[in-house]
Ligand binder design. Structure first.
Ligand code: FES
Length: 116
């Protein structure tokens, strides 16, 4: 694991997000209420991009495809495959719950760093 400088803070204002590439990984950077989060831009269910996922009041990002949700701080699933309603239960039984990879962030000299 090593720290990589990814963006100046003024390029990730509150409420915005960007995907950056670090060590062959697509990392989704999110500024949620002034806090920086870095998560894999790949839902652990089917490896589809999670960039457009809604962020809930409790700080989870919801996958736009089958609505699994993951805590932005820990990557732990807070919901697992809830969409579409009639198929989600079967899909959830086939696919074991997994965490969304999360990465530490820090700010130094107005730059955002990610440890990957
Ligand atoms: S791809 Fe994210 S929940 Fe299915």
């Amino acid at each position: 694991m090593s720290w990589t400088q990814v963006l100046p803070v003024n390029e990730l204002t509150p409420g915005t997000r960007k995907v950056v590439k670090v060590s062959d990984k697509n990392i989704l950077l999110i500024n949620h209420e002034g806090n920086y989060y870095a998560v894999a831009n790949s839902c652990p269910h089917l490896k589809l991009p999670i960039k457009k996922g809604k962020i809930t009041e409790d700080g989870s990002i919801v996958c736009p495809f089958h609505r699994s949700a993951f805590d932005l701080k820990t990557g732990e699933p807070t919901e697992w495959i809830t969409w579409p309603p009639l198929m989600s239960k079967a899909m959830g039984m086939i696919s074991k719950q997994q965490c969304l990879p999360v990465f530490p962030t820090k700010v130094e000299d107005y730059q955002i760093w990610v440890e990957v």
